[in-house]
Ligand binder design. Structure first.
Ligand code: KG4
Ligand code: ZN
Length: 336
């Protein structure tokens, strides 16, 4: 018998739904809410209202694209946290009602574990044990996976997440939201050595990070050079982006490699929105090759929030009968 799982993701500003059958992704519809652009960041109330409008059409589109009917579904998997409470509730309540109506299991999925499993959507996949660097708008974590669903957080940010630092620096530079892709784009024409920003190591001797210092350094650099709220040249902008980006990436790469060596693993994976960053992908490739490690990077569309990664975890949990009771609800600060 075939196993068909619907995966629903509404934790932030993407309404996304995917269908996986027997481990093969059949559809992955991602509707990015554009309403937030004008505000320079996600407005929680607008996000949940947009999810409410989008959830039914996106579910229908994902099922149509997959050529799947409701009766074909074996379970509904939903991201229950961490994320924005109002946003999460839309997906969770819809998913529970849908599963209940169809009399099939509801599977609660942790959004951060799903990011890690975005590396399992396509072959080849990492082998356990491996180290995963998860870098998103809300989190920066180095996770040791000893086995499936066996997580040990070995390092994390003590303040801002990596993506948050990208977004905040982009905001200072008036580059719009989300800022990560903009900084990535401008950095391509810049000199990464142009400005020396402090390296965001956190504590030097562990696997933790700290990104608030570099963010403040960019602010001071702009202030001290009278570059705030004035028209700055394309080259200056490119140099700031390149210098900031390379400083962040260097630390992310170095700590991930160190963690892999420390825990004696052969495979490293990266995940989350910032894993779409072109320099991070390039530097990770170089460093892992140099150290004889294998690197796994999700396809671009699985880096930022998506339903496919939720469906992937749902499929794996379904095989282990890891179903969730209907009283499981959205949890904004859910831990891994
Ligand atoms: O994983 P994600 O979609 O949502 C969260 O779970 O937070 O990550 C969004 C984050 C944003 O901070 C965005 O600026 C960042 O990922 N991001 C990037 C790039 N693409 C997205 N950061 C750097 N370079 C990129 N190319
Ligand atoms: Zn995410």
């Amino acid at each position: 018998m075939q196993t068909t799982i619907l995966g629903i993701e509404t934790s932030c500003d993407e309404t996304s739904v995917a269908v996986i059958r027997d481990g093969t992704l059949l559809s992955n519809v991602i509707s990015t809410q554009i309403v937030h652009e004008q505000f320079g960041g996600v407005v929680p109330e607008l996000a949940s209202r947009a999810h409410q409008k989008l959830i039914v059409p996106v579910v229908n589109e994902a099922m149509d694209n997959a050529g799947v009917r409701k009766e074909d579904l074996n379970a509904v998997a939903v991201a229950v946290g961490p994320g924005l409470m109002g946003s999460l509730l839309v997906g969770v309540n819809f998913g529970k009602a849908f599963a209940y109506g169809l009399d099939i299991p509801f599977i609660a999925v942790n959004h951060m574990e799903a990011h890690i499993y975005s590396n399992f959507i396509d072959e080849p996949v990492p082998l356990f044990p491996f180290i995963n660097l998860t870098v998103s708008g809300g989190h920066t974590q180095i996770v040791l996976l000893k086995d499936e669903f066996d997580y040990t957080i070995v390092g994390e940010t003590k303040d801002d997440a990596a993506g948050e630092a990208f977004d905040k620096v982009a905001k200072m530079l008036n580059l719009g939201y989300p800022g990560g892709p903009q900084i990535d784009k401008y950095a391509k024409n810049g000199n990464p050595q142009a400005i020396k920003f402090p390296k965001p190591y956190g504590t030097e001797n562990d696997f933790d990070f700290s990104f608030s210092g570099i963010k403040t350094s960019v602010l001071y650099y702009l202030r001290d050079n009278h570059l705030r709220n004035v028209q700055i040249s394309e080259q200056q902008l490119a140099n700031i982006c390149a210098s900031f980006q390379s400083t962040v990436v260097e630390v992310l790469v170095q700590k991930s490699i160190r963690a892999a060596k420390y825990y004696g693993v052969k495979d490293i994976a990266i995940a989350g929105g910032v894993s779409a960053n072109s320099l991070l992908r390039k530097e990770m490739k170089g460093a892992t090759q140099e150290h004889g490690l294998r690197l796994f990077i999700p396809k671009f569309e699985y880096c930022t929030d998506n339903g496919a990664m939720i469906a992937e975890v749902g499929y794996r949990k379904y095989q282990r009968s890891l179903f969730s009771p209907m009283n499981v609800t959205a949890t904004a600060n859910l831990g891994l």
